[in-house]
Design a protein around this ligand. Structure first.
Ligand SMILES: [Zn+2]
Ligand SMILES: [Zn+2]
Length: 164
């Protein structure tokens, strides 16, 4: 039987993780993977015990909502809370990291970032900053392309189209 690729599998998990996000400006999920195993997950949401955007509205500053910790930050904080090193890990993120999160991922030793969507307010300078930093820091950044043969529905894998 065919199996989904690791990329498809981890990105599908990141997608499920994103469903717990609490700011509707973007719902983002992040899965950190080391040696093929998940070491942490994160979605964007308020720090513990703080109110959620979805309940009390956004906290806007210069056209950005600043209430939440981002998905990547929460995944790295989970590593910090439980004493797990992210060195050499891969990050699967449903939306391309912002420049701030990209710096944090790099600082935590992440070596590969796989993202699916581009955030609507990402600017060309965000993209070029990330590209430049990735080059200097030796981080591989890839845009995720789902394989055509699989579609995830209700946590099940359904095969699409013809077998090749
Ligand atoms: Zn918000
Ligand atoms: Zn971010």
């Amino acid at each position: 039987m065919d199996r989904p690729s690791r990329r498809d599998y981890f990105m599908a998990i990141a997608d499920v993780v994103s469903s717990r996000a609490t700011c509707d400006r973007a719902r983002v999920g992040c899965v950190l993977v080391k040696e093929g195993r998940i070491i942490a997950t994160g979605y964007n949401g308020s720090p513990p015990d703080m109110p959620h955007c979805d309940d009390v509205g956004h906290d806007m500053d210069d056209s950005h909502c600043v209430r939440t910790l981002h998905a990547e930050e929460n995944a790295l904080l989970q590593c910090a809370l439980y004493g797990v090193s992210a060195r050499g890990a891969r990050a699967y993120v449903t939306t391309m990291p912002c420049y701030g999160c990209f710096k944090r991922l790099l600082g935590a030793g992440i070596k590969t970032v796989v993202y699916r969507d581009v955030y609507r307010s990402a600017t060309p300078s965000d993209l070029s900053r990330i590209e430049e930093l990735a080059g200097i820091g030796g981080v591989d950044v890839h845009r995720y392309q789902p394989s055509l043969r699989f579609k995830f529905v209700d946590s099940k894998v359904e095969e699409q189209g013809e077998r090749s």
